[in-house]
Design a protein around this ligand. Structure first.
Ligand code: DAH
Length: 347
């Protein structure tokens, strides 16, 4: 093998070994650069005779062409490899299963509230919403609670580290009953000075709070307050209306209602509402679902109304309790643990 063949072979091997484009350019310089091996051969031509120059020059040129061809082939190969790697990295595997977006669902308590709202809505009741952080007046005083009533105690009610305008601690409302006052006050104000006032018919569902926690009590729970005030309403209206509601709620007429005498400071007389299913798994047991009563005259006064003219009926029902009965759930805490195995059953 002559020296030029050796040079061509070395160049080919050198190029073949270059993995990165920069390696290849360095290898190129070793042959075709200013003091590269081929360039040195060309420089050496100057020392030869005209005859030798011609034949040797032709050989060097042929070698140079081979080196350049090898260089270009390797350049192309490296570019192809890079493109291929890039395509591979950016490849979209259309056979890969997609990322599933789980279908969400409305929480069973929210569903229950929506259900309660829809039923009372269809019966002509307005739906009202109010603050969960309440003043002492709205949670207790306006509702005729005496100053020393145990509900005010920190054993029962959560307080917020902030005082209201009267200098009394704000509370997390222990029931939705403050909404009776808030709504009725606004209504009374709206119709003040008019000859007559349309009846107040409202429900106020929402979160409530008490210092209590076990399988049937949660420190945060839900109630729906109902209020009907007018010049011509009676206990009978409360009974008819509640029966209609509860039958629509449980989608059955095979259900009995019982008003059991009770006591609340804001109603007189007061009653607990119990229901009994005549069929199904809960058949035959009286279940307490609500407090109720005729709104106390002092509470009517606190609403800005005249107890000589206006009479009212109210109720406060446990939403969570209604949901537990409807879905057959025995532990209230399941609603609030956020466990998807439980919640996904309500899709
Ligand atoms: N606020 C009462 C409670 O949380 C429930 C209640 C009873 C509401 C009688 C009423 C009512 O509106 O008339 O225990």
């Amino acid at each position: 093998m002559n020296d030029l063949d050796q040079l061509v072979q070395d160049a080919q091997a050198d190029f073949e070994r270059s993995v990165m484009p920069a390696d290849l350019e360095n290898a190129k310089a070793r042959y075709l650069g200013k003091s590269g091996r081929l360039t040195e051969q060309l420089k050496a031509l100057g020392t030869l005779s005209a005859e030798e120059k011609k034949s040797r020059g032709a050989l060097i040129n042929s070698a140079k062409q081979q080196v350049e061809a090898a260089l270009n082939a390797r350049r192309q190969a490296l570019a192809d490899a890079e493109l291929e790697a890039q395509l591979k990295a950016e490849a979209l595997d259309v056979s890969l299963p997609g990322r599933l977006r789980g279908t969400g669902a409305v929480h069973p308590i929210s569903r229950t509230m929506e259900r309660v709202e829809a039923i009372f809505g269809s019966m002509g009741f307005d739906v009202a919403d109010g603050p969960e952080i309440e003043t002492d007046w709205y949670s207790f005083t306006a509702l005729n609670n005496p100053e020393n009533h145990p509900a005010r105690s920190t054993k029962d009610t959560f307080y917020v580290d902030m005082k209201d305008a009267e200098g009394r601690w704000l509370n997390l409302r222990p029931h939705t009953s403050p909404m009776q006052i808030r709504y009725a006050q606004a209504h009374a104000k709206k119709y003040a000075g008019e000859a007559s006032m349309p009846d107040i018919r409202v429900i106020a569902p929402g979160r409530t709070y008490r210092v209590d926690s076990d399988a049937t009590h949660s420190p945060m729970f839900h109630q729906v307050e109902g209020l009907w005030v007018g010049e011509n309403v009676s206990f009978k209206d409360l009974k008819v209306m509640y029966l209609e509601f509860i039958q629509a709620f449980f989608e059955t007429t095979e259900l009995k209602l019982r008003f059991r005498p009770s006591y609340f400071p804001f109603t007189e007389p007061s009653a607990e509402i119990d229901i009994m299913f005549e069929t199904g798994p809960l058949k035959g047991r009286w279940l307490e679902v609500s407090g109720s009563g005729q709104v106390h005259p002092q509470v009517i006064r606190n609403m800005g109304l005249d107890p000589e003219r206006h009479i009212g009926f109210a109720f406060g029902s446990g939403i969570d309790r209604l949901a537990m009965l409807r879905y057959g759930i025995s532990d209230l805490r399941l609603f609030f643990d956020g466990d998807l195995r439980f919640l996904s059953q309500f899709k």
